[in-house]
Design a protein around this ligand. Structure first.
Ligand SMILES: [Zn+2]
Ligand SMILES: [Zn+2]
Length: 254
């Protein structure tokens, strides 16, 4: 599916997505729980594709749906109040603009892997259970957020292809990558929801607080060191830093 079809499909289903996101947010209540849930779903989806429980078209649509619904649910959790529709509407174009272009490329790459036999459907030679994958551990959010700095989901795919890393550990590697659309971005969309509220409340300043451990990347450290700046003048966590969706900085307002 090309980007235009993807955006068209998402636009058509917008109201559905909003409703599903509200249900998801009510169910999981907190961003870390939502993230864990979406990691598990990433794994389930990739297994379903590998084990031929779903066809390519269904896999593609499901990933699109879940990417958007989980991002919206994360925004809702950040917004917190019940009457969040107006603020949620403001999150929509940001979600579509941030997520769908890389997702389109990612899915095209996966399809290529399958068509060229790098990923073999029905291949059970690698057991997902052999990998300490995804959200198996509660609190997986503390996993090395900044360790893999310098690699965004797209670059990761390119690297994987050039190094032919997808050979031996193909399907588990794919599950990990899917979770970078479905799961890890929930943190930054949660922050986006909070930002929408802070703007409305009329806060004037923001600051980005980095985790001050040795994994924190240099960009995040720099934002942290800048201290208070006028609201809107600093990129949100996951933006403008080399840890991308794995960034776990948070924002304070005043
Ligand atoms: Zn960083
Ligand atoms: Zn960060």
């Amino acid at each position: 599916m090309d980007l235009l079809s993807m955006v068209g499909m998402a636009t058509k289903r917008r109201q559905d997505y909003m409703e599903q996101a509200k249900t998801l947010a009510r169910k999981y209540k907190e961003q870390p729980r939502l993230e864990e849930r979406m990691k598990a779903e990433s794994l389930g989806l990739v297994k379903g594709l590998r084990d031929k429980l779903m066809k390519w078209g269904e896999y593609e649509r499901t990933i699109l749906d879940k990417t958007i619904v989980s991002a919206l649910a994360a925004c809702i959790l950040g917004i917190k109040e019940d009457k969040s529709d107006r603020k949620l509407e403001k999150c929509w174009p940001i979600i579509v603009g941030d997520m769908l272009p890389p997702l389109t490329k990612f899915l095209a790459e996966t399809k290529e892997y399958i068509d060229s036999g790098v990923l073999r459907l029905g291949d059970q030679t690698v057991d997902f259970a052999d990998y300490n994958l995804l959200g198996a551990i509660p609190g997986a959010i503390d996993l090395d957020a900044d360790v893999l700095e310098g690699v965004n989901p797209e670059e990761e795919g390119i690297q994987e292809a050039t190094q032919q890393r997808a050979q031996g550990r193909s399907w588990p590697a794919l599950a990990e990558r899917v979770s970078r659309y479905l799961a890890t971005p929930t943190f930054s969309f949660y922050n986006l929801g909070e930002y929408m509220v802070a703007q409305d409340v009329g806060y004037k300043d923001m600051r980005r607080v980095a985790r001050e451990d040795k994994k924190t990347c240099v960009d995040c450290r720099n934002y942290d060191a800048q201290g208070w700046v006028p609201i809107g003048e600093m990129p949100m966590p996951g933006k403008g830093c080399r840890c991308y969706d794995r960034c776990r900085c948070y924002i304070e307002y005043r």
